[in-house]
Design a protein around this ligand. Structure first.
Ligand code: SF4
Length: 223
C-alpha cells in the first residue's frame, strides 16, 4: 500500500462546532476523529499494516524527526532490507547508514538501529537502547493497537494551541485523557495528520479548521 495524496474537503459550516466544551472529556477526540475519517493519510505502517514488534520498532526509528511522506517513499525497500534484527546486524553501521541516507540523520539512526538489533539478538533484558517513551508508545499503538498517548512535537503543538497551555505535563495529561475517552490509539494518528495538514507549525489553516470554534489560538488572518 502506498501513501495516498492528502486532501482536505472541509466544509467550515458543517465542521465547526460552535460552543463545544473543551473541558468535557472526549470533546477533542470526538471532533478530531470525525475530521480524521474524511481526511486521514494512508501509510503502510498504520493500524493493521505492521506485522511484528521489530517492524514497529524500525518504523518508529524511521519516523523520528522525519516527515511521514518522506518515510513512505523509501519504506518498502528499507523494511525489506531490515526484515529482522539479524539483517540489520549483517549490514553493519556502514551499510545501515547507506540504506538510511535518503531520510537524513542516517549516521545517528544507523548507530542506534545497530545497537537496538544487537541488544535484541543478545536478549538483553530491560530498557532497549534508543527506545524512549515516544518510540515505546508508538510501537504499542501501531503493533498492538493500545490506546496510549503518543506525544511528539506536532501533537504537543496542536494541544497547546487548542487549549492555550504550555506546560508539557498538562499537555500530556490532556492527551492521555482524550485517548482514553476515544478508546483508540487512532486519535494519535488523527492528531498527527491534523498537525501536518491543518494546524501546521507555520501558517496554520485556521479558516479551514474544524476546531476553530473552541481553539484558544484561532487566528482569522491565518492562511
Ligand atoms: S484554529 Fe488554527 S491554531 Fe487552532 S487548532 Fe485550528 S489550525 Fe490550529
Amino acid at each position: 500500500m502506498r501513501a495516498g495524496k492528502p486532501h482536505l474537503y472541509i466544509n467550515l459550516e458543517e465542521s465547526s462546532l460552535p460552543g463545544w466544551d473543551l473541558h468535557r472529556k472526549g470533546e477533542l477526540a470526538e471532533n478530531l476523529m470525525r475530521w480524521y475519517k474524511e481526511n486521514k493519510r494512508e501509510f503502510p505502517w498504520r493500524i493493521g499494516g505492521i506485522r511484528s514488534e521489530w517492524e514497529a520498532l524500525v518504523t518508529a526509528f524511521l519516523l523520528r524527526k522525519t516527515k511521514a511522506e518522506t518515510v513512505a517513499k523509501y519504506y518498502g525497500k528499507m523494511l525489506s532490507d531490515l526484515s529482522t534484527p539479524e539483517r540489520a546486524l549483517e549490514l553493519g553501521v556502514e551499510g545501515l547508514s547507506e540504506l538510511l541516507k535518503p531520510l537524513g540523520l542516517h549516521k545517528t539512526r544507523a548507530r542506534q538501529l545497530y545497537e537496538l538489533a544487537k541488544a535484541i539478538r543478545e536478549g538483553i533484558g530491560g530498557k532497549l537502547p534508543g527506545v524512549g517513551p515516544y518510540t515505546l508508545s508508538l510501537v504499542r499503538c501501531l503493533c498492538f493497537g493500545e490506546p496510549v498517548p503518543v506525544v511528539d512535537a506536532n501533537v504537543v503543538r496542536v494541544i497547546s494551541r487548542v487549549y492555550g497551555v504550555k506546560d508539557r505535563r498538562e499537555i500530556e495529561s490532556i492527551l492521555a485523557e482524550e485517548v482514553r475517552a476515544a478508546g483508540t490509539c487512532e486519535l494519535n494518528l488523527a492528531l498527527m495528520d491534523f498537525a501536518a495538514l491543518v494546524c501546521k507549525a507555520r501558517k496554520p489553516l485556521c479558516n479551514e479548521c474544524p476546531l476553530s470554534a473552541a481553539c484558544s489560538t484561532f487566528s482569522p488572518h491565518s492562511f
